[in-house]
Design a protein. Structure first.
Length: 227
């Protein structure tokens, strides 16, 4: 006999999904640190990929520092409009921040073409100029991370960095370099080591941090917190 499907509300579905994720992690013998658990579980919830329980890397105190920055009103700049679309604008607004992406900016496109570089790299330069205290979430472009490393060498100190581009060319290397730079300069960083990642992962990490900042990690009571 088939099990009756009774989960109607989105919060019920998310709550049951998180219960399943927790149970599967327990069966695998994986115990996540309390501060990192909401981030890892939300990425797994977004991707259905338990590899992230191993591949997500956090610099020391990254979650605590990111939550503190968001509570202080830090904005989030993404490298793709897809990642920006996935970030909870309601949660950001509650905390006094905003979401930005400069990929579609005509000025960015012209600058990138004239210099023969990627728009993603120029976007990070614009973010550094226009939103120097923002968090930077990169889910697609390794060149954005490499440019961020250069900018941090020049003095940029983002609120935190989410480094999760996906792909094959310079992806692994750019993440490793980003984590190293963040450790060197004391910038909080959450990275998906290896080839996996993506704009959806970047948004998921940002949302996990936003919900933590609002004390809204429980889906059952989140709507009240966001209203």
């Amino acid at each position: 006999m088939e099990r009756e499907l009774t989960y109607q509300r989105p919060s019920d579905i998310e709550g049951e999904s998180m219960r399943i994720i927790a149970a599967e992690l327990a069966r695998m013998g994986i115990a996540l640190p309390a501060d990192r658990e909401p981030v890892v579980k939300r990425v797994i919830h977004t991707t259905a990929d338990f590899d992230y329980a191993h591949s997500l890397r956090f610099t020391h105190g990254a979650v605590e520092a990111a939550v503190k920055a968001l509570r202080a009103g830090a904005s989030i700049v993404t490298d793709t409009n897809m990642a920006k679309a996935g970030v909870s604008k309601t949660a950001l607004a509650k905390l006094g921040g905003g979401a930005f992406c400069f990929m579609a900016d005509p000025e960015v496109a012209r600058e990138a073409k004239s210099r023969g570089v990627t728009r993603a790299a120029v976007c990070m330069e614009k973010a550094a100029a226009d939103q120097p205290g923002a968090a930077l979430a990169v889910g697609n472009a390794p060149t954005a991370l490499l440019k961020l490393c250069e900018l941090m060498e020049g003095g940029l100190r983002p609120a935190f960095v989410v480094a999760v581009p996906v792909g094959f060319v310079n992806v692994v290397e750019s993440k490793e370099r980003m984590v190293e730079a963040c450790q060197r300069y004391g910038v909080p960083c959450i990275a998906a080591m290896g080839r996996k990642g993506g704009s959806n992962v970047a948004a998921a990490i940002c949302n996990a941090l936003l919900y933590a900042a609002l004390d809204a990690t429980d889906p059952a009571g989140r709507q009240e917190k966001l209203s």
